[in-house]
Write a protein that binds this ligand. Structure first.
Ligand SMILES: NC(=O)c1ccc[n+]([C@@H]2O[C@H](COP(=O)([O-])OP(=O)(O)OC[C@H]3O[C@@H](n4cnc5c(N)ncnc54)[C@H](O)[C@@H]3O)[C@@H](O)[C@H]2O)c1
Length: 368
């Protein structure tokens, strides 16, 4: 099967994303072809990735000194303690900066291990093999790494680009449908903020993509990464433009945090809910037309997941949600910054919303 290569050029690093099926069996030749050399390697492996694929990876790297760290990926384990455990292995095994850390997992595994790599001797070679749809279309692109604390999500972290991303669609076949839908949410987000043609493609081929049909899934991943690449290359450290990637996320992060990162609502589902809130807010404030709003909502309905905030929260959660929204790291004052949708493919950034206005909006969401 053909491979797709996308080069990401940031101030700090130029690196390729290679997309294809069954790439892991040729991992070492791919690394060599991309000028990545090392003596020892720490493999940080999500426990749920099938051992059949892990065996292919270890077989391909058999000429290298390998250490494995199995990671139980959930938002509660996305913490400093786990990053520290990885750092301790690197220290004990006397890794040098020229050795490497390879993450084999979803967004959580990639974020924590990328963070550990960024800290180790101020920067260890980091290779990412994203294994969920969400990580393949979003978190593996752009170099944000980090961990959660009880105060909120991703509040400690770094910008640290990988040396290489290998996106093998074989990983996706062991994912539960729920996780496929979560990845689809970020694909949809990319189309909404930047590309109406891509939105139309998604609208027409939703089932093919959700069923991981060859060519459709690769195209969706490629287009999605391309949109994120264009944004990240212009604004690596989120000084301005990159904030549009946050569409729906100020709500989403507050929803996740308010539920204590419970499995009831995972990140991708929170993103869908958060985007729906941002769309409704855009509509109510006459930023988005009813026609476009309805076309997006009918697309979202095809995902067949509970899309109402009320399914997860009641009015007694209102203040908690609001507090997390105010604490969002993208706010620089007491007012709440929101990325809203003007029309499909175009966002607006509004940073003047008073807490009360958002509170009224959420109150209606939770009571109507
Ligand atoms: N760095 C960024 O730019 C960025 C962008 C978006 C999201 N994120 C972060 O990514 C995280 C969400 O990522 P995610 O949705 O990949 O979550 P995740 O890493 O928790 O993976 C989801 C679930 O799938 C399992 N899993 C992983 N690969 C599998 C496979 N191949 N087969 C079967 N099961 C598998 C995991 O064990 C987990 O239970 C959040 O913490 C979010 O903050 C980061």
């Amino acid at each position: 099967m053909k491979q797709i290569k996308l080069n990401i050029k940031t101030k700090n690093e130029n690196y390729p994303i290679i997309i294809g099926y069954d790439l892991t069996k040729n991992l070492l030749p791919i690394l060599k072809k991309n000028s990545i050399t090392f003596n020892q390697c720490l493999l940080v492996i999500d426990k749920k990735v099938p051992s059949k694929i892990i065996n292919k990876i270890t077989k391909s790297l058999k000429s290298k000194k390998l250490f494995k760290y199995y990671f139980d990926a959930n938002e509660k384990n996305k913490n400093l303690k786990k990053a520290n455990e990885m750092l301790n292995i690197l220290l004990k095994r006397n890794f040098s900066r020229q050795d490497c850390l390879i993450a084999v997992g979803g967004g959580i595994t990639g974020d924590v291990s990328g963070f550990a790599a960024s800290l180790f001797k101020r920067g260890l070679q980091f290779i990412n093999l994203p294994t969920t749809l969400l990580s393949q279309v979003d978190s593996s692109v752009g170099g944000k790494t980090g961990v959660n604390t009880k105060e909120g999500k991703n509040l400690i972290g770094s910008f640290y680009q990988p040396k290489l991303v290998i996106t093998d669609t074989e990983f996706l076949h062991s994912l539960p449908v729920r996780e496929i839908v979560c990845g689809y949410a970020e694909i949809l987000k990319h189309s909404l903020i930047k590309n109406k043609n891509f939105f139309n493609f998604l609208n027409k081929n939703t089932q093919e993509i959700l069923n991981l049909k060859s060519n459709y899934i690769e195209k969706a991943i490629h287009q999605s990464c391309k949109i994120k690449k264009d944004v990240v290359e212009k604004d690596e450290n989120e000084k301005g433009l990159r904030k549009i990637l946050n569409f729906g996320h100020t709500f989403a992060h507050a929803y996740e945090a308010s539920l204590g990162y419970s499995k009831k609502l995972n990140h991708g589902e929170a993103v869908i809910l958060g985007m729906k809130s941002a769309l409704k807010f855009s509509l109510k404030n006459q930023i988005l037309s009813i026609k476009e709003f309805q076309s997006i909502i009918s697309h979202m309905n095809k995902l067949k997941i509970p899309l109402e905030v009320k399914n997860y929260f009641s009015i007694k959660d209102l203040n908690k949600i609001l507090l997390f929204m105010v604490k969002d790291k993208k706010n620089y004052s007491k007012k709440i910054n929101l990325i809203l949708l003007k029309r499909i493919g175009h966002t607006v950034s509004k940073n003047h919303y008073k807490k009360e206005k958002i509170k009224n909006f959420l109150r209606q969401e939770l009571t109507n």
